[in-house]
Design a protein around this ligand. Structure first.
Ligand SMILES: O=C(O)[C@H](O)[C@@H](O)[C@H](O)[C@H](O)COP(=O)(O)O
Ligand code: SF4
Length: 606
């Protein structure tokens, strides 16, 4: 089916806008491809170093240029429950490669930060920058130039975006992302949040809170809320980097291992040595990026992707804007209700039909481009399936059902939960920002209230504890942008603001910082650009100013006389404490060179 007219029009606009960058990028990819089997360009010395630890048969294979070699980029560590399962993946991948007549080597590892461990801590100020550091680290591994394709082992927030930036930078290589799957369901996310709010009110102690948190985050796998990590899995499948049906199969299961082995075999079959060469830089085009944005809207995905997707696209010469994202939101309905957009978790989403059902529903009305390339072949229709094991333990795929397994969690295109998607751009005299409305009740989509200005989230939490915030107000938390302190997630604001909202006050947040993908119920205008440290108008706001956040009309305004507002001095903040400690001194160059949020908050592009 042809794509919906609005989808086509926005895609065409992106193609035109991107043309100079995209053509130059594709020329570079072609030039790299033309140099042929890359290890054959290495000297004997290089090659001997490169396969020194391989078996004799692997050395023989790699000395020639007919056996494909797979580079593994791994983000394994024990800090992320989502990444811990990757510890055992390399030997499985090497064995699967041998079984498929190829070779696999760990090309390199990349760092991975768990935003849950650093949430509210100084380390969170390294979080956003770690995305670009991950891309650099993956580049170091791939620069050995021994490989005919790469497989990427990464799940969470900035790790997948960083790996995609690397995969597209090495766009002459096919790229298959291999997920490890979600944690099994524990304490429901809304119950965890209820206990957090009780703790914020002093009604339960640390022991009760820790017990609840530990029952929620209890084992290997991705946390089960629909935050940035699980938004990443959705994106990797809908953009064609995953094998169909691979995203949300729990770790440690036979199907998980079979899907991993299958992905390895597929990666070895799409190299330039075979007949289905699928270099990542040509596989991903403007249609793939638009499909990613559509999936984000249809599932109420993470606000972080208004930056990560922009940076990922730019790595392939594609210029995606917040306007594109916002207009796509007007066309794409919300079809999934997964926490924080509902009570279900990602395991319930998968059991209700998951990605195969979602893609099928969106393709039905042309809201996705079907005519795209994927690691599985041509066309997104191939992803309207569910993966399972046959009696021999092999992966087989069945057509997704016509009906949802749970219409309260995943609905059909004919009966959407909301007629439009979750992410809106806001514009006005405070600059640009974004808001995620899929988790905000309609009666809170427009908030007008006096500002209370804070220069960090602890100040707001302290004011809340002193009982100073029992009123209607809009919290302005500024000097939290990329240049100021690395743009940390301000997710610790969610419990106090949630308590005040539940008490019936009209509250909202305006910040040049960002929130967690797990944030949601309080209306928040985030990623406000220009940031305070860049002289943005957010630095002119004074406590008491009336602010209007209107997610219906997409506006963010301070209701102060324009002439008076323009003559106000820009506020300043003492950021000395953000320069040192917990490695922040290592990222000073990033704070100096990072681009604005609406350009992806990247040190690579601005
Ligand atoms: O963008 C995201 O989805 C968040 O960064 C998420 O990965 C992070 O871990 C949250 O902080 C977890 O939520 P809690 O902090 O509420 O456990
Ligand atoms: S989803 Fe967030 S908290 Fe969970 S493992 Fe990933 S980064 Fe850590």
């Amino acid at each position: 089916m042809a794509a919906h007219s609005s989808i086509e029009a926005i895609t065409r606009r992106i193609v035109e806008r991107s043309r100079p960058h995209r053509e130059a990028y594709l020329d570079r990819v072609q030039s790299a491809i033309s140099r042929g089997v890359h290890r054959s360009t290495l000297s004997c010395g290089n090659l001997a170093h490169g396969f020194a630890v391989c078996s004799p048969s692997e050395k023989t294979a790699l000395a020639g240029d007919v056996v494909p070699n797979l580079g593994i980029i791994t983000a394994y560590n024990d800090m992320l429950s989502a990444h811990q399962p990757y510890e055992i993946f390399p030997p499985i991948i090497r064995e699967a490669a041998r079984d498929a007549g190829g070779v696999a080597q760990v090309a390199g590892a990349v760092p991975a930060m768990c935003d849950g461990v650093t949430q509210g801590q100084p380390g969170m100020e390294l979080s956003l920058f770690s995305r670009d550091a991950i891309a650099m680290a993956a580049g170091i591994g791939l620069s050995h130039n021994m490989f005919d394709a790469a497989v990427y082992l990464g799940i969470c927030d900035k790790i997948v975006p960083g790996l995609v930036i690397a995969a597209l930078t090495f766009g002459h290589l096919p790229a298959v992302f291999i997920p490890a799957g979600p944690m099994t369901s524990g304490l429901p996310n809304d119950e965890k949040s209820r206990i957090r709010q009780l703790y914020a009110e002093g009604k339960v102690g640390r022991a009760e809170l820790l017990e609840a948190e530990s029952k929620s985050y209890h084992g290997p796998g991705t946390c089960t809320f629909y935050g940035t990590a699980n938004s990443n899995q959705m994106l990797m499948e809908i953009m064609g980097f995953h094998m169909p049906g691979a995203s949300f199969v729990n770790p440690g299961t036979p199907l998980r291992e079979a899907l991993t082995r299958e992905a390895v075999k597929r990666a070895l079959s799409i190299t330039g040595l075979g007949n289905e060469f699928t270099p990542a830089g040509e596989m991903i085009d403007e249609r793939s990026i638009v499909n990613g944005v559509v999936g984000l809207h249809a599932t109420g995905g993470s606000t972080n992707h208004t930056m990560h997707l922009v940076a990922m696209a730019r790595a392939a010469g594609i210029v995606l804007t917040w306007q594109d994202i916002s207009e796509l939101s007007d066309t794409v309905p919300l079809l999934a209700r997964v926490y924080p957009n509902g009570l279900a978790d990602v395991n319930h989403f998968h059991a209700a039909g998951g990605m195969g059902f979602l893609i099928k529903q969106l393709l039905k009305t042309g809201l996705l481009h079907d005519d795209v390339r994927t690691v599985f072949g041509q066309g997104l229709e191939a992803y309207t399936v569910e993966a399972r094991l046959d009696e021999n333990g092999a992966v087989v795929r069945e057509q997704s059902p016509e009906e949802s397994g749970d219409a309260k969690v995943l609905t059909k295109i004919e009966t959407p939960f909301q007629p439009t998607g979750g992410l809106k751009m806001l514009t006005g005299n405070l600059g640009k920002g974004v808001i995620k409305i899929s988790a905000v009740k309609p009666e809170r989509h427009v908030i007008e209230a006096p500002a209370i200005v804070f220069h960090d989230q602890q100040e707001l939490q302290d004011a809340f504890k002193k009982g100073e915030l029992n009123k209607d107000f809009i919290a302005v938390v500024r000097f939290q942008g990329p240049k100021a302190n690395g743009m940390p997630e301000l997710h610790r604001l969610t419990p106090p603001l949630g308590v005040l909202q539940d008490r019936g006050f009209k509250v909202a947040l305006v910040t040049d910082g960002r929130m967690s993908g797990a944030s949601g119920k309080v209306p928040a205008a985030i990623h406000v650009t220009p940031e305070a440290s860049d002289g943005g108008p957010i630095a002119r706001i004074q406590t008491g100013d009336l602010i209007r956040l209107d997610a219906v009309n997409g506006t963010l305004e301070v209701l102060v006389d324009a002439a008076e507002f323009a003559t106000r001095a820009l506020a300043t903040a003492n950021l000395d404490d953000n320069e040192f400690g917990m490695g922040r001194e290592l990222f000073a160059p990033f704070r100096r060179h990072v681009g604005p949020a609406d350009q992806g908050a990247s040190v690579f592009f601005s």
